[in-house]
Every structure is written in structure tokens, then in C-alpha cells.
Design a protein around this ligand. Structure first.
Ligand SMILES: [Zn+2]
Length: 149
């Protein structure tokens, strides 16, 4: 069954892109790729803001919404976000910090979500517990809680 994908696990890259991005922190992968496709240049943000945005699972991917509302693909291995829409104007162009659930909870939630097809993998950690996800698996999605484990 499919795992919840982070940016470095899920981005579709050609070999030359992958080689170039391998030298960059994962939080830079998405903005660098989008800017390059638009003919825009990347400038490394000057520091990280204390302002935090919350990570959640959306259709099988870890995402966070910028303070402007634009969603970006994120990763717990480098929990920072730089938005290609507003260029993090609200924090003077610095990185936004991305808040993930603690690792044990995150891994447990990912395991429970992994029995679902990606389009059914959603989790709002601020308002749903892992037990809620398991109940959804059994109740709404009609999956055995042990299917795929
Ligand atoms: Zn933004």
C-alpha cells in the first residue's frame, strides 16, 4: 500500500534535476524546480522565521499552507517552507517553519493511512487523532484495520 509521500520521495524529476537537487536541502527542491520552470531565479532565504505553519496530509502528500494560503509539498526531514506565490513576504522572505506532529505520532498516522489509496489519505493533526484515522479506515472506508500491515 502507498506511503504518505514527502517532497523528496514523491517529486517527479528527470535524472539531471535529481542530480542538481541532490546537493540542496529538501525544502529547496520544490521552490527551485517551480522557479526554474518559470524562468525565475532562486535566492537563498536569509534565515528562518519563528512563524510556523502546520503540516497535514492531503491526498497522500505532506503539505503545509503558506500564510498566504498557497499549499506546498513539505518534508519532516527539512521542515521549512518557501512559497513560490508570495515569496514569504509576510516574513520578509525568510523561511517559514513547518510544524509536524512528533515523530512517533506521525509514523503511526502514516502507517494507518498507508492502507488507503493516496486520494483517500488525509489527516489534519490539529483536529484528528490517530485513533480517528483508524476509525475512519474501519467505518467510512470499509477497510480492515489490519489490511496491508
Ligand atoms: Zn505564500
Amino acid at each position: 500500500m502507498p506511503p504518505v509521500k514527502t517532497v523528496e520521495q514523491g517529486m517527479t524529476l528527470d535524472p539531471s534535476q535529481r542530480l542538481g537537487l541532490s546537493a540542496c536541502p529538501p525544502a529547496e527542491w520544490l521552490p527551485r524546480t517551480i522557479l526554474a520552470s518559470q524562468g525565475r531565479t532562486w535566492g537563498t532565504p536569509l534565515g528562518t522565521s519563528d512563524r510556523t505553519v502546520a503540516a497535514r496530509v492531503d491526498a497522500g502528500r505532506w503539505i503545509a499552507e503558506c500564510v498566504c494560503g498557497h499549499p506546498s509539498w513539505v518534508t519532516p526531514s527539512d521542515p521549512r517552507l518557501w512559497c513560490t506565490e508570495c515569496e514569504n513576504a509576510a516574513v520578509s522572505g525568510r523561511w517559514l517553519s513547518v510544524a509536524f506532529p512528533d515523530e512517533a505520532t506521525r509514523l503511526e498516522a502514516e502507517r494507518v493511512l498507508s492502507v488507503r489509496i493516496p486520494k483517500d489519505q488525509f489527516w489534519f493533526p490539529d483536529r484528528e487523532t490517530v485513533a480517528d484515522l483508524m476509525s475512519e479506515n474501519v467505518g467510512k472506508l470499509d477497510l480492515s484495520p489490519f489490511e496491508g500491515w
